[in-house]
Design a protein around this ligand. Structure first.
Ligand code: FAD
Ligand code: E1W
Length: 461
């Protein structure tokens, strides 16, 4: 062996750019192919969701790639969810115990640019305007299309990693060669993005350090702050019904919806009609696969492997966690005498075994969180359960840890977070049944249940 370890990554989005950095720094010979133009030249051809919530898992991964500092310079702190009731009242519900337990709003385009710069500096080779169109897995080469001209370009590969997102072309190619057991579950809801500009004299128009939510039962709006003092508002709504994207189709119908259901948000969005007309509703769904890899020849990560609905704000965080896990498995010692191909197959299999149950867990939690966000955060039962959750966290530190904390402020496997959350939810529901404050809680019984059903979490997770 020459010691060179070639790897080709499809997609220079969030996961592709981070993985390229991690592997190039470890001495891999990394090529990255991206269908869009170089955003450093052309400006970011954004598309979907302008800003994203970054939580602990994603932050840790950025730190592993030496990217944390640059990214955090542009991040806006979000201490909790600010719930906007229909009557105009607002209520800040903190995410954590103090400002050490917060999440961060970051601009997707800026984040992507930062990661591309780091990958480039680490020695990764980028090929822009290269949309993967077909793969010859036996011959070891692939074909790309330059969408500006329609021209085709071939390139050889040793091993491929698909970080090409929810509509992955590599996934389609792998599935055509050897079925992956793919199942796509589209949600019958979609989303629209709107903008709240800065206040006339400058400054944020609403509280900057929060994730704003307007829960309305079967649908909702959220708003995340941007560092240029704007907010990106996202309306999530069914495709059919009242309201639904079929009945709220025109900009005028959108205004009428906001007048009726989001009256405090409406005056904040001066370009509502233009924003509405700009893009068709964004599709939401989950992708589930039985297999993520084709022996040592190809592997899927991030949304390509496990696209999820966005309601826990964890898709990017999970994709970044994938990158760190994959880099670790690729570095692990393979069996003595194994060929490079066998070593890759073993690393991909170990990666899949570790990550698949965790991806399934966060996909499930993300779906459940939609109902929670749109229908529960303004409900008294929800609030009393959150209050009991905080009380039990104080009574049983390291043993009873709130669901949101396990997902957003810790790095315990998502599958462990899900399992413990389900046990905790049963405890919370039983202990608050029929109560409207914590005064009537039977603490001795609840404490015994907590101790009996939940083992302490390992330290430092
Ligand atoms: P992507 O970021 O989609 O990158 C894929 C890349 O591959 C793109 O650059 C694309 O151009 C390229 N590509 C695609 N096809 C090809 C091809 N054929 N050939 C070459 N290149 C190709 N996650 C969070 O953690 N927090 C949030 O707050 C959050 N909010 C969200 C809000 C919304 C409305 C949505 C829709 C998603 C949200 N997510 C959030 C999820 C997050 O956007 C994704 O999980 C994340 O972008 C996945 O990263 P990725 O690298 O796998 O895919
Ligand atoms: C977060 C798009 C998006 C992104 C998010 C979140 C939500 C609701 C949505 C989940 C949350 C940050 N969430 N917020 N409050 N409770 N759970 O934490 O990213 Cl819709």
């Amino acid at each position: 062996m020459t010691g060179t370890r070639p790897i080709s990554i499809i997609g220079a989005g969030l996961a592709g750019a981070l993985l390229a950095t991690l592997l190039a720094r470890r001495g891999w010979d990394v090529d990255v192919y991206e269908k869009r133009g170089d955003p450093r030249i052309k400006g970011y051809e954004g598309g979907r969701s302008i800003n994203l919530a970054l939580a602990e898992r994603g932050r840790y991964a950025l730190q592993q790639a030496g990217a944390e500092e640059a990214v955090m310079r542009q991040a806006v702190m979000m201490r909790g969810r600010m719930v906007h009731f229909l009557d105009g009242r607002v209520q800040l519900q903190r995410y954590g115990r103090d400002d050490s337990e917060v999440i961060w709003s970051i601009h997707r385009g800026d984040l992507n640019l930062t990661l591309l710069g780091l990958a480039d500096a680490a020695g990764a080779q980028f090929h822009f305007n290269r949309r993967l169109s077909s793969v010859d897995f036996d011959g070891g080469d692939m074909v790309f299309v330059d969408d500006r001209t329609g021209a085709q370009h071939g390139a050889p590969f040793q091993t491929l990693v698909g970080a090409d997102g929810a509509g992955s072309a590599l996934r389609a190619a792998m599935d055509g060669y050897r079925p992956l057991g793919e199942r796509t579950a589209l949600l019958d809801h979609a989303y629209k993005e709107l903008e709240i500009p800065p206040a006339p004299g400058g400054g944020f128009r609403i509280e900057p350090n929060a994730l704003h939510i307007w829960p309305r039962g079967n649908y909702m709006c959220i708003a995340l702050p941007n560092d240029e003092q704007t907010f990106t508002v996202t309306l999530f709504m069914p495709n059919h019904g009242d309201p639904g994207f079929d009945t709220v189709a025109t900009p005028a119908e959108a205004r009428a919806l906001f007048e009726r259901d989001f009256p405090d948000a409406l005056p904040l969005i001066p370009e509502l009609e233009a924003d509405w007309a700009r893009n068709p509703p964004g599709v939401l769904g989950s992708v589930y696969l039985d297999r993520w890899h084709l022996d040592g020849r190809a592997l899927l990560i991030g949304d390509a492997a496990h696209a999820m609905v966005p309601f826990h704000g964890q898709g990017m965080n999970c994709a970044f966690e994938d990158c760190v896990a994959l880099a670790r498995h690729l570095e692990a010692d393979s069996a003595a005498g194994a060929s490079p191909r066998q070593a890759l197959a073993a690393a991909f299999a170990a990666f899949e075994a570790e990550r698949k149950p965790n991806a399934a867990a966060i996909q499930h939690m993300a779906l459940e969180n939609y109902i929670e966000m749109r229908d529960k955060v303004d409900d008294p039962d929800f609030l009393i359960q959150r209050a009991l959750e905080a009380a039990l966290q104080a009574r049983h530190p390291g043993r009873f840890v709130p669901h949101y904390t396990m997902v957003s402020f810790m790095r315990i496997p998502y599958a462990v977070a899900l399992e413990r959350s389900e046990i905790q939810r049963r405890i919370l529901e039983a202990a608050t049944q029929g109560l409207d404050s914590l005064d009537g809680v039977d603490w001795a019984r609840v404490d015994a249940e907590v101790i009996g059903k939940l083992q302490p979490l390992p330290q430092e997770s």
